[in-house]
Structure formats: C-alpha cells, structure tokens
Design a protein around this ligand. Structure first.
Ligand code: SF4
Ligand code: SF4
Length: 161
C-alpha cells in the first residue's frame, strides 16, 4: 500500500483520543494489555509491518488475518499503529457507500467507552478516525484491507447460537 496514505491517515489522528481526558485511567489502559491467556495485540494495516519492524516496545507476529503487533510495554505514541489510533472504532460503509466508523463489537469486552456508544466519544476523534479510513480507502490495497477488517468484525456480531 502507498505509505503516504498510511502516514497521512496516522497524522490525521495524531494525538486525538476517544475522550478529551485520558481514558486509559478508566480501565488501566485495558486495550494495551494482553488478555488472560497472555494473547492479544493489534492487527497491522498494510505497510505497517515494515514501519514497526524495529520497534522496541513489542514484536510483530504473523497471524492468519494480518501481521499483529504484540506489546510488552508502553509504546512510542507517535509510532502507534492505525488500529490503536482508531480503537474502539471500526470501519463500516455508510448508506451512501462511503467508509465511516462504528463502535467495534470486539471492544465491548474491555473498553468502558462502548457502554455510551459512539455518541459518547469526542466528535473530533470520531471525525478524524472516519477521515483517516477514507484516506486508507483511496488506495486499492488499503480498501481491500478495510473490507477484510469489516468482514472479520461482522463475524463477531453474529449470535453464537
Ligand atoms: S480500553 Fe477504551 S477506555 Fe480503556 S484506554 Fe482503551 S480506548 Fe480508552
Ligand atoms: S502500540 Fe501502544 S497503543 Fe497500541 S497496543 Fe501497543 S502499547 Fe497500546
């Protein structure tokens, strides 16, 4: 994928966070912690593996869906992956066919912000996440990755029985 799209998308989100205050204080930064099995991490967008190959706060592991960054300490925030920057949001196509965002169903297990829905998040963060994903979608490989990411998230919305 065109690295400039990726960097532009990351830059749009910059220091924006879901809340104006540090939401990590609400939950002990749950989205940065491994789960009870010591698993967990963040899927990397196309091109991020190369950018994060030498990061000193974690390591990149191959996974079926996409490479995954697993962290064992606080990151350099300026280099955190796009998946971290948009969390707890996820891409979805709006009725007009354009990419937008919704609350990621997978965040429910750990993120206290999911209880109040997308309307409870800082609107500037929501807009930046949406705009960042539209920049990713300008690149064919980026758009295909958004489709895959969305399809995976949809799987978690299906009832278990
Ligand atoms: S889990 Fe949710 S509330 Fe906690 S740090 Fe992550 S985004 Fe913020
Ligand atoms: S890269 Fe940073 S924000 Fe993302 S999971 Fe690791 S420590 Fe958390």
């Amino acid at each position: 994928m065109n690295t400039s799209n990726l960097l532009r998308a990351c830059e749009i989100l910059g220091d924006k966070t879901p809340m104006l205050t540090d939401c990590g204080l609400l939950c002990g930064a749950a989205c940065c912690q491994p789960d009870e099995d010591g698993q967990g991490g963040v899927y990397l967008f196309p091109g991020e593996r190369e950018l994060l190959a030498k990061c000193d706060w974690g390591w990149v592991q191959s996974a079926d869906f996409a490479p995954m960054l697993r962290c064992d300490g606080p990151c350099d925030r300026a280099r955190r992956p796009l998946g971290c920057r948009i969390f707890p949001l996820t891409p979805v196509r709006g009725k007009n066919g354009k990419w937008t965002v919704r609350m990621d169903v997978r965040a429910r297990a750990m993120c206290p912000l999911t209880a109040s829905g997308i309307g409870g998040l800082d609107p500037a963060f929501v807009r930046a996440a949406r705009d960042a994903l539209r920049i990713i979608a300008e690149d064919p490989e980026g758009e295909s990755f958004l489709e895959k990411w969305h399809a995976l998230e949809e799987e978690y919305r299906k009832p278990l029985w």
